[in-house]
Write a protein that binds this ligand. Structure first.
Ligand SMILES: Cc1cc2nc3c(=O)[nH]c(=O)nc-3n(C[C@H](O)[C@H](O)[C@H](O)COP(=O)(O)O)c2cc1C
Length: 355
């Protein structure tokens, strides 16, 4: 059966992938409370469609940090994409560019910033930084990112150490010896990469260190992994252009809320000071619409894109992004909105609540 939605792609990916790799992609930290909460949260919000709005012409386009993208959905940074498909990040980049959206390259990727830029010339790409203790190495990496003309730097702030993901432990998952990891300051221990991840991030970083980052790299700064109004405000004060409300797809601190449920708190606190993005649990176009209604300018997806990549490489990601784009367009029309920025708080309500 041809996959026709994201869940079908996950099922197809699961059949193709080595069980250990599937466990690594699908799993979350601890009891996976937060992993489940991310997707369950979408079910607790209902849409409030308006009727007799002219939806003859609808655009799914959005503007993020001044860049026009074709749909309000970006590709989140995910590590080790070559475990999903031999073409890995290069296939992901080509598919994201063809869909008219931005891909965010993880520090923990199989390709350098220059190699990724070459795969999709002219495409807008962001780079996600794990900031190592070796500042000279980080400075060189940032120079390579600027040289490759990436358009934003995404600093992930919710991983001073890696969360404990028990599915990986159960599956005794290890990295293959021949997986290239060119953006790391140290050779990653393949057998215990969870512990090794801790060595590629400086756990002593504080907000004050952002000054060094901003003086070393002129790209707009996106702070990824905030879950409170307080931290979103600190990000704004320290010069961030955007924040991503994110719990890392439930892979870091288990027991934190669904990203969607934190959005209103963050949006209300920061207002127009920074752009607000969100990720976690997106499986449907209507999930994206609910995120927009609750204050996000756009969402990101991690696993949905990985399921496409694992199923059919570049073509699989193209299909996943295409079906999500179509679902967003259909949803906009049925919701009575002509563009993503017409979706407002009045288009949702808590399930079962009186308005
Ligand atoms: C397999 C996997 C690897 C990830 N690797 C990274 C990473 O290297 N850097 C990062 O900032 N976030 C990473 N994330 C988190 C994603 O960027 C994103 O926050 C999360 O996947 C969103 O949830 P979703 O998968 O439900 O869409 C990873 C997530 C997954 C599932």
């Amino acid at each position: 059966m041809e996959p026709i939605n994201v869940d079908n792609f996950e099922a197809a990916a699961r059949e193709r992938l080595d069980p250990g790799v599937y466990a690594y992609f699908a799993g979350g930290a601890g009891d996976e409370q937060t992993l489940r909460a991310n997707s369950a949260a979408f079910g607790r919000w209902e849409l409030r469609p308006r009727v007799l709005v002219d939806v003859g012409e609808v655009s799914t386009g959005a503007t993020i940090l001044g860049s026009e993208i074709a749909l309000p959905l970006l590709v989140a940074p995910t590590a080790f994409q070559r475990l999903a498909h031999p073409d890995g990040e290069l296939a992901m980049a080509r598919a994201a560019a063809a869909a008219g959206t931005i891909m965010c390259l993880s520090t923990v990727s199989s390709v350098s910033p220059a190699e990724l830029a070459e795969a999709a010339p002219g495409a807008k790409q962001w780079f996600q930084l794990y900031w190592s203790q070796d500042r000279g190495f980080t400075a060189d990496l940032l120079a390579a990112v600027a040289e490759a003309r990436f358009s934003a730097l995404v600093l992930t702030v919710n991983l001073p150490v890696a969360g404990r993901r028990e599915r990986d432990v159960r599956a005794a998952f290890t990295l293959p010896d021949d997986l290239p990891l060119p953006n790391l300051p140290v050779e990653l221990a393949r057998r215990d990469f969870h512990a090794a991840l801790g060595r590629i991030v400086d756990a002593t970083l504080t907000w004050r260190d952002l000054e060094w980052l901003r003086s070393t790299c002129e790209l707009p700064l996106v702070v990824k992994g905030v879950l409170t109004a307080e931290d979103a405000l600190l990000a704004a004060e320290h010069g961030a252009a955007a924040v991503v409300v994110s719990n890392h797809g439930g892979r870091q601190l288990d027991g934190v809320p669904a990203a969607l449920d934190v959005l209103p708190e963050v949006g209300d606190a920061v207002g127009e000071r920074v752009e607000v993005l969100v990720d976690g649990g997106i499986r449907r176009g209507i999930d994206v619409l609910k995120a927009l209604a609750l204050g996000a300018r756009a969402a990101l997806t991690g696993r949905a894109a990985l399921w496409g990549l694992a199923t059919a490489g570049e073509e699989g990601v193209t299909q996943v992004l295409g079906l999500l784009r179509d679902e967003i367009e259909l949803g906009l029309k049925l919701l009575g909105c002509r563009r993503p920025d017409e979706v407002t708080r009045s288009h949702v309500r808590r399930a079962g609540s009186l308005v």
